[in-house]
Design a protein around this ligand. Structure first.
Ligand code: AMP
Length: 606
């Protein structure tokens, strides 16, 4: 196929935005392209060279493209830049400048195959002298280009093709070209794409043997599968109804979804939800994964969350984003913001593809496959059979730092649906309220030994508030964030007068610190929000049977309240009020214009 033919189709695609017309034009293109050209035609038309997950980038900036145009047309660089400024589109500039040039008399027409090969070498050019090599290749192509070819070539290399040909349109066109265009054919083709994430591969299989040939496409280690997605639901009663009264509920971790491909030998590859390869950013996971699985090859999925190295509690998701896109300083970031991946699914277990198994069986396999470690853990799960059980589990997840629950169907049809959003998985999140209105003055009642960089010191403190009625100090959080080095170093001395071997009889907690402290030292603490929690006894049973209050994502503000004794610290009654204003404000958000009516936020229900 000639590049000129492709470009003629691009002109027509460019002139319409109607999906049906786009599809018809595309079907025509598919008919004209020969087998090996199919992949290139599909990828080029989407402005890519390879499937997205391979992350192949041309690495061509405007300045480089300008140099290539100058080289091909003999027009000086500055002149090209001036023209670009006027047109606002370097593609149009190339077209115009190529028109003004006398065409090379003996130039042979560019074929799609040749163009594709040349562009791949542009992408492959790395290291010293690569810029010049890229300019050379592009300039040689432009020298042989017609003005129209030049326009699209330049737009392509700059990532500005934008023909409006979306994946959905291509799948429609494939169904039309290689089958009868029916819904059933379309969904078989889409399923093959969801499994392989590679339209080129799907098109080539169709070209070879029609729909039947799709059956030969398999899950492969190193090639991501498009992730299964979840529907959402307004409340847990609805969730349980849709699940026919029985479901596996899992903690919904607030982090980054990862799909890990662990080959029998060789490097682990980790893909994000959008199928970008992100293993480089999480070397500790790449290292830990092979040893964490009993069988290989394997493909597993999970959520990667930041963990506080001191308290081992889940930290806010934002702390992971400090690591995203980083190339340098990774070692330091690993120590500061280590991550743990909580695995929730297995797609390949040894040589067995498990995607067709019901979820319950996949979970059993995952449990059997995993050797849990600090970096690779199992997603928390409970099988529930009533709304009350679901609510209790939800409250527990929130208290542990989750953002809600994922309900998963255990029905026989609950196979892994790649790329699909359906009610097999339902997410139910707590509505985010807002930052806690006020800080809390908490009393130190215990301390935990530090680990990692904080070894030999205290790493986290157990904090309580005072219940004025009983005179007890009831814990509401464990705080390890917000301490600078100097403060940490000074903590043992500051706490020495209060240190005890046993719990002070006034202290109520379910946790076991490494060192008990008599109530004395008061610290100002901030946090994201107060949540109902079965773990902490502060205000136990006052808002809900079986629950106390816990502060989510606590952080020391840096202020020691030496001006306050433990009896002047925040009280349980104040904490309860703080929780209620938070609930009220959340209701305001849910129902603009008033606080009346029963709009209570998720999780605040009685
Ligand atoms: P959302 O991003 O709000 O559409 O919620 C779906 C996402 O929740 C998934 O893509 C995962 O990244 C994440 N997630 C967290 N915990 C789980 C879990 N236990 N099972 C499945 N997905 C989870």
């Amino acid at each position: 196929m000639k590049f000129a033919e492709l470009v003629a189709a691009y002109e027509r695609l460019d002139a319409t935005s109607k999906r049906l017309e786009l599809r018809e034009i595309f079907v025509g293109l598919l008919k004209d392209a020969g087998g090996p050209e199919l992949g290139p035609v599909l990828f080029l038309s989407q402005g890519q060279l390879r499937p997205e997950y391979e992350g192949v980038e041309l690495g061509v900036a405007n300045s480089l493209a300008r140099r290539a145009i100058a080289g091909a047309t003999g027009v000086p660089d500055a002149e090209v830049a001036r023209s670009e400024k006027l047109s606002g589109d370097l593609g149009l500039t190339a077209e115009e400048l190529l028109r003004g040039r006398s065409p090379a008399a003996d130039a042979a027409a560019i074929t799609v195959e040749e163009l594709y090969r040349a562009l791949r070498s542009v992408a492959d050019a790395k290291g010293e002298g690569s810029q010049d090599r890229k300019v050379g290749i592009l300039s040689a192509l432009l020298t042989r280009s017609t003005p129209l070819e030049g326009k699209y070539l330049v737009r392509f290399v700059l990532g500005q093709l934008r023909l409006g040909v979306r994946e959905m349109t291509i799948l429609d066109a494939l169904a039309q070209r290689y089958a009868d265009g029916s819904k059933e054919a379309r969904s078989r083709i889409e399923a093959a794409y969801n499994l392989t994430s590679d339209l080129g591969l799907v098109a080539e299989a169709l070209d070879r043997g029609g729909l039947e040939a799709l059956g030969a496409l398999r899950l492969e280690v190193g090639r991501p599968i498009r992730p299964m997605l979840a529907e959402r639901s307004p409340d847990l009663a609805d969730v349980m109804e849709r699940m026919d009264g029985r479901a596996a509920l899992e903690m919904k971790y607030d982090g980054l979804r990862v799909q890990a491909h662990v080959p029998e030998e060789g490097p682990v590859r980790i893909f994000s939800r959008r199928l970008e390869e992100i293993g480089e950013q999480f070397p500790e996971l790449v290292r830990a994964l092979p040893g964490a699985l009993r069988r290989r090859p394997a493909i597993v999925e999970g959520e990667c969350v930041p963990i506080d190295p001191e308290t081992e509690e889940i930290r806010p998701f934002q702390e992971i984003s400090r690591r995203r896109g980083r190339k340098y300083d990774l070692e330091r970031m690993q120590a500061e913001v280590p991550v743990t991946v909580f695995l929730f699914d297995v797609l390949l277990d040894g040589t067995t593809a498990t995607t067709a198994l019901p979820f319950g069986e996949r979970r059993a396999r995952l449990v059997d496959l995993l050797l849990p470690s600090e970096r690779v853990a199992l997603a928390d799960q409970a099988v529930v059979t009533s709304v009350d059980e679901a609510q209790a589990y939800f409250d527990r997840c929130i208290a542990l730092g989750g953002e809600g629950v994922m309900a998963k169907s255990l029905a026989p049809e609950s196979s892994y649906h790649p790329g699909g959003r359906g009610f097999w998985w339902i997410k139910y999140k707590r509505e985010y309220t807002h930052a806690l209105a006020d800080s809390v003055d908490g009393v130190v009642v215990g301390a935990f030994a530090g680990r990692g960089r904080r070894a030999g010191r205290y790493g986290a403190l157990l904090m309580a508030v005072l219940d004025e009625e009983s005179g007890r100090f009831e814990t509401f959080c464990k705080v390890g964030s917000g301490f600078d080095d100097a403060t940490l170093a000074g903590l043992p001395e500051r706490l020495a007068p209060f240190a005890r071997d046993a719990a002070d009889p006034r202290v109520r907690t379910t946790l076991l610190p490494d060192r008990w402290m008599a109530p004395g030292l008061v610290l100002e603490i901030r946090g994201a929000e107060l949540t109902l929690s079965p773990t902490h006894p502060a205000g136990f049973g006052r808002l809900k049977p079986g629950s106390g209050l816990a502060l989510r994502f606590p952080r020391f503000t840096g202020r020691f309240r030496d001006d306050k004794g433990p009896e002047e610290a925040t009280t349980v009654a104040e904490l309860v009020r703080l929780y209620q204003t938070q609930v009220k404000r959340a209701a305001d958000v849910a129902e603009p214009g008033g606080t009346t009516g029963g709009a209570s936020p998720a999780g605040a229900r009685e």
